[in-house]
Design a protein around this ligand. Structure first.
Ligand SMILES: *Cc1c(COP(=O)(O)O)cnc(C)c1O
Length: 376
C-alpha cells in the first residue's frame, strides 16, 4: 500500500471492487531488476497486466516485452514500442497469428516442438527462434512445469530443424515456475541450457541467447528472498555452466514487476456462521475467483488481506466470492485470520494484486462486471 493509493481510495466515489496500480512502484521495480541483473535485458511479460499506462511507462524506461498473442503484440505497439523489442514467447501459436505478428515486424518466436518450428518457418521466414526446455517448477507457488517445454535432450534437434528450414536458431528459454521461492532454481535449467549450447556448437550452430524467464516473486503473506539474491544466484549459475562465454541473457518478469504495485479494494457482503457454536466464520466478499482472484485456485497464492480493524482480536475465516458457484471459495483448507469485529459493509484491501488479476476477471458471470482498474 502506498500513500498515493491510499489517497486515491480515500477520494474514490464509485462503487464495486477495483484494482489500483501505482505506476511509481512499477518504475521502482523496473529499476530494481535493471540493477540486480545489470547485464540482462528485461522483457516484461505483458499477460501479468497489459494496462496501457503500464506499457507506456515501460516503453519509456527502455523495457522490451514478452507477448503471448497478436492482441498483446498490438497493445505493446500501441504503447509506442518498436517490434524489435517484442518476443513472442508463447510456444502455442496458430500459424495465422505467427503470420500476423511477423507482418507487424516481430522476428523472435519461442518454440518447443518441431511442428511449431515448421509453422514459424512458413509464416515468419528467416526469424529467430528460441527453444523452450522443460523445468520441473519445484519451489514455485504457481508452477508452469508440465505444459511447456521439450525435454532438454531434444532441444538441439528442434533447433537444428529450425536451422535447416532457414530460421536463425537463436537460443534456449525456460521458466522456473511463477512465484519461485528458491533462488537456486535457475541452476539446473542453466546446466541443461549450456549442454544444448555445446551440442548445437558441435553441429555448427552457434546459439546466442538464454531467456531466463520469469519466476521472480511478489511479496504476499510469505517472506521472499530479495531480488539481489536472485541476481547473484543466476550470475553464479551462468558462470558455473558457461564459464567465461556467458551468452546474451534476458528475463521476462511479470509478477515481480507489477504484483506489489497494485491493491484491490473490496467489500464484505455477508458474514455467516454455519452453526451457532462454530468458531470459523464464512466471509463473503464482492470479489472472488471469477472476478480477478483466479490465482487462489488450490489456495496457491495467499494474498495479504487488510482491514481497518486489524488491531482487534483475530479469528479463523473461510473467505469466498459473491457468485452462485461453489468453487468460488478463496481460502478454506487453510482458514484465514480476520478480525472478529469485522462487519458487513467493511472495506478490505487485498494487497500485491497488481499481477494476474484484471485479465482473469470474467466479463460478467452472475451479472457482476469485470474488475475495474485505475493506474495512477
Ligand atoms: C507467464 C510468463 C512469464 C512471467 O512469469 P512471472 O512468474 O509472472 O514473472 C514469463 N515468461 C513466460 C514465457 C511466461 O509464460
Amino acid at each position: 500500500m502506498t500513500v498515493r493509493i491510499r489517497d486515491f481510495l480515500k477520494n474514490r466515489t464509485d462503487e464495486g471492487p477495483c484494482l489500483v496500480v501505482d505506476n511509481e512502484v512499477v518504475r521502482e521495480n523496473y529499476l530494481a531488476f535493471a540493477s540486480a541483473l545489470p547485464d540482462t535485458k528485461v522483457y516484461y511479460a505483458v499477460k501479468a497486466n497489459p494496462a496501457p499506462e503500464i506499457l507506456k511507462l515501460l516503453v519509456e524506461l527502455g523495457s522490451c516485452f514478452d507477448v503471448a498473442s497478436v492482441n498483446e503484440t498490438l497493445d505493446v505497439l500501441a504503447a509506442g514500442a518498436t517490434p524489435d523489442r517484442i518476443s513472442y514467447g508463447n510456444p502455442i501459436k496458430k500459424e495465422s497469428d505467427i503470420a500476423t505478428a511477423f507482418r507487424l515486424g516481430v522476428t523472435l518466436f519461442a518454440v518447443d516442438c518441431e511442428a511449431e518450428v515448421e509453422k514459424v518457418a512458413r509464416a515468419a521466414p528467416g526469424s529467430r527462434v528460441i527453444c523452450r526446455i522443460r523445468c520441473d517448477g519445484s519451489g514455485a507457488e504457481w508452477p508452469l512445469s508440465r505444459k511447456f517445454g521439450c525435454e532438454p535432450e531434444f532441444a538441439a534437434d528442434i533447433l537444428e530443424h529450425a536451422h535447416r528450414l532457414g530460421l536463425v536458431a537463436y537460443g534456449i528459454s525456460f521458466h522456473v515456475g511463477s512465484q519461485q521461492h528458491n533462488v537456486q532454481a535457475w541452476d539446473a535449467a542453466l546446466a541443461s541450457a549450456a549442454a544444448v549450447f555445446r551440442t548445437c556448437g558441435e553441429r555448427g550452430i552457434n546459439l546466442a541467447m538464454v531467456n531466463l524467464g520469469g519466476g521472480f516473486p511478489a511479496k504476499y503473506t510469505r517472506k521472499t528472498p530479495k531480488l539481489e539474491a536472485y541476481g547473484r544466484a543466476i550470475f553464479r549459475a551462468l558462470r558455473r555452466h558457461f564459464g567465461n562465454r556467458i551468452p546474451e541473457t534476458i528475463i521476462e518478469p511479470g509478477r515481480g514487476l507489477v504484483g506489489n504495485a497494485g491493491v484491490i479494494e473490496a467489500e464484505v457482503v455477508v458474514i455467516a456462521k454455519r452453526t451457532p457454536e462454530d468458531e470459523t466464520r464464512w466471509v463473503y466478499l464482492d470479489i472472488g475467483k471469477f472476478h480477478g482472484l483466479a490465482e487462489t485456485i488450490d489456495e496457491s497464492i495467499r494474498y495479504p488481506i487488510r482491514t481497518r480493524r486489524d488491531r482487534d482480536e483475530m479469528g479463523p475465516c473461510v473467505i469466498a466470492g459473491p457468485t452462485c458457484d461453489s468453487v468460488d471459495v478463496l481460502y478454506e483448507k487453510t482458514p484465514y485470520p480476520l478480525p472478529v469485529s469485522l462487519a458487513i459493509g467493511d472495506k478490505v484491501l487485498i494487497e500485491a494484486a497488481g499481477a494476474y488479476t484484471t485479465m482473469y476477471s470474467s466479463i460478467g458471470f452472475n451479472g457482476f462486471p469485470p474488475l475495474k482498474q485505475y493506474v495512477i
